[in-house]
Design a protein around this ligand. Structure first.
Ligand code: NAD
Ligand code: TYD
Length: 362
């Protein structure tokens, strides 16, 4: 059992869900969140948690002296590295931040861990879990799945930067014996996801009666994983994963984008029809499918991702538990209930990005 877990990017979507999960599933672990609070980081994501077991440090993972001093001061014996620039569309608009945070930031963390865990005892008990993506494997055709043996073939600046960080993590195991593990997971959804990503973007636009921008023909396929299932998988890897291994994590739930958008429309129609208050707040006369707008495709848009997660299922006894239907219901209800969370985001600097991204997409 680790005592002082450094969670980088813990104020973001998956990181915050992971912190919440760890606070519930463990009793004594202390969590130190290191997050620079970029546009995607939000302290509200961590509100209401037990301050005695959670320390928040605002800082950048590329800041070597800060990271090294944290390892020493907080006696860090485990790292779960979520901190990243995480959005493919932004990586197309401006790749530099992706190279800086995702590659250099991971390098700084690995170096700090190597310096801090410099005895056989420390190397025996410490763990460095690096959270990565299935996008490093590239794009699939109609059939087949990504396994842990699939060669890397990243296509976007985002996935290329994550692939580079995965290679560094691997090299630190082989060269220095650093106790690392890497996870490559599919698309997550659930509470606290920043509304630039497909599902929350469609939910909020559907509620507000705004166009629903579907890229290309809408038939690109992603595998969807409910975020709490992902958090449980990471905890299993942290506790029981074999050092130096990589684990694919997926929801066994392939969906075309257009199927998801259609489902969001019917679920939002249904919720609004049931509730007079919602109907008054979000008036829209037609079925919300009328809002769907096919727009110019994303450059280099990967066609299909699908994960074979047999290894983590058989080795660590993890499997996804939340069905897509149930997860979507919970997610949509969360966004409907937590209006102030997303209103604060939609009224800020995000608007500029939204206009830039969607303004010219004919
Ligand atoms: P997110 O964008 O919601 O959150 C990222 C967090 O990292 C934010 O809180 C941000 O402030 C912080 N951060 C960014 N740059 C930083 C820096 N230089 N120093 C310190 N903190 C920094 O991302 P997410 O969706 O929660 O993804 C978390 C991790 O999971 C990422 O590594 C991502 O590549 C990976 N992942 C995400 C998905 C997904 O569907 N969201 C799928 C596969 C893998
Ligand atoms: P996204 O949530 O950005 O995740 P990723 O690109 O990492 O898979 O997008 C999921 C899918 O939805 C992807 O195929 C692109 C598509 N998409 C749209 O069609 N419209 C949108 O407005 C967005 C944000 C995504």
């Amino acid at each position: 059992m680790r005592s002082n877990v450094l969670v980088t990017g813990g104020a973001g979507f998956i990181g915050a869900n992971f912190v919440r999960h760890m606070m519930e599933s463990t009793e004594e672990v202390k969590i130190i969140v290191l997050d620079s609070l970029t546009y995607a980081g939000n302290l509200d994501n961590l509100s209401g948690l037990n301050a005695a077991r959670l320390k928040f440090v605002k800082g950048d993972i590329t800041d070597a002296s800060l990271v090294e001093s944290l390892f020493e001061k907080e006696k860090i014996d485990a790292v779960v590295n979520f901190a990243a620039e995480s959005h493919v569309d932004r990586s197309i608009l401006g790749p530099a931040a992706f190279v800086e945070t995702n590659i250099m930031g991971t390098f700084v963390l690995l170096e700090a861990a190597r310096k801090a865990w410099n005895s056989p005892e420390a190397l025996e008990s410490a763990r460095f879990v690096h959270v990565s993506t299935d996008e490093v494997y590239g794009s699939l055709g109609e059939t087949g799945y990504f396994t842990e043996e699939t060669p890397y073939s990243p296509n976007s600046p985002y996935s290329a930067s994550k692939a580079s960080s995965d290679h560094l993590v691997r090299a630190y195991f082989h060269t220095y014996g650093l106790p690392v593990l890497t996870t490559n997971c599919s698309n997550n959804y659930g509470p606290y996801q920043f509304p630039e990503k497909l599902i929350p973007l469609m939910v909020l636009n559907a509620l507000e009666g705004k166009p629903l921008p579907v890229y290309g023909d809408g038939k690109n396929v992603r595998d969807w994983l409910y975020v709490t299932d992902h958090c449980k998988a990471i905890e299993a890897v942290l506790d029981r994963g074999r050092l130096g291994e990589t684990y694919n994590i997926g929801g066994r739930c392939e969906m075309q984008n257009i199927e998801i958008v259609n489902l969001v429309c019917s679920e939002v129609d249904f919720l609004v029809e049931l509730d007079e208050g919602l109907a008054l707040r979000y008036p829209y006369e037609e079925p919300r499918k009328a809002l769907i707008k096919y727009v110019t495709d994303r450059p280099g848009h990967d066609r299909r991702y699908a994960i074979d997660c047999q290894k983590i299922e058989t080795e660590l006894g993890w499997k996804p538990e939340v069905t897509f239907e149930e997860g979507m219901k919970q997610t949509i209800e969360w966004y409907v209930t937590n209006r102030s969370w997303w209103e604060a985001i939609l009224s800020g600097e995000y608007l500029k990005y939204y206009d830039e991204q969607y303004g010219n997409r004919g």
